[in-house]
Design a protein around this ligand. Sequence first.
Ligand code: PLP
Length: 395
Amino acid sequence: KPELHELPVPDIVSLGAYADQLQREAEARGEVLPPPIRLQIGEPNFRTPEHIRQAAIESIASEVQTYGPASGWPWLRELLAEKIARVNGYTVQPANIAISMGGTGGILSSLLATINPGDEVLIPNPCWPIYLPQLQIAGAIPVTYPLDPANEWLPVIEQLEQQVTPRTRMLMINSPGNPTGAVFPRQVMAELLAFARRHDLYLLSDECYDQIIFEGEHVSPASLLSRKEFEDGRFIGIYTFSKTYAMTGWRIGYVVAGTRLTKTIVDVLNANLTNISTPIQRAAAAALTGPQDCVVEMRESYRRRRDLVVRQLKEFGRYSYTPHGAFYTLINVSGRHGESRGGRQFALDLISASNVTVTPGQGFGTISDEYVRISLAASEEELALGVKAICQLAD
Ligand code: PLP
């Protein structure tokens, strides 16, 4: 019998299941627990806006649902070229865009299009855990570079330099970042770009949270490239509708790259996906052409929640920093004298003590071992109760 591939699986689901199990056990004993406060999920707690849902319904009712182009329909790629100019500050043509199954599908297709088995890929520590199984599927060797908690979780170029070998093929960056909420300033982006150029690397920029930004600006590295360098070069931008428009379950995102590179990525998409279904692409088009107030409203509520959490952590005397984007923050949960039970044990103890779920930091990388991640995709009330429970248990 052939061996199955073992891929690294993140812990998020099992913790939610553990909370459910405790709930069931309590019910069996005749106890009533308050419902779990779930702060571990990286998913907007908003419904997809009505006009977006309606566009999919209209497509199903009125359009013939044939196969479509693997790159996505031209009308959507036209709209996306406008969005890239408006939000990300660089100019592309529809031929530079491929519609993917969320950012997830965009990253995997890009890796499969560019990486040879044994190539080394630089990824941040901490990072979104799915990078690891994706790199494994592509046959790549992940090499981590640290994001520095003492420096608001920004990368340090000297440390990146130490990780480069002749086999390094790609630098992956993620700003606004999950799990940190860090937003790389323009200068840092320029340095990262220069680093990738110096070592002739692909630069894969995961910009899935590009429109969830609280202050400052989101700088797309591609906006710092000349058109020629973008076309000849090795830049790959990863984007999604999931976060900006609360469309996680719809599974639609897009990749932006030079024309030749996009063509290869489309070949990969063609081989594993054929196309994203037309009603979903119609919904995405409606998201882009419809009113953008929903984007602003969601962002502002994440901001209020971020402010509340930062304020509360300061009041409790906990380590805190100010996440400038995305909708997460890492909380250091070591005791007053630096003693640490590790994020995973803390997360389990927290469920038992208060029925609050958080994600252990080590799921995102070794650096965040003493941290837990909370998501701001919860109500202010839940966040206030959750952060209080975290601080009390940590003390
Ligand atoms: N990149 C990062 C950093 C993420 O946090 C996520 C989702 O949580 C994704 C990519 C992929 O999201 P999706 O596939 O829903 O677009």
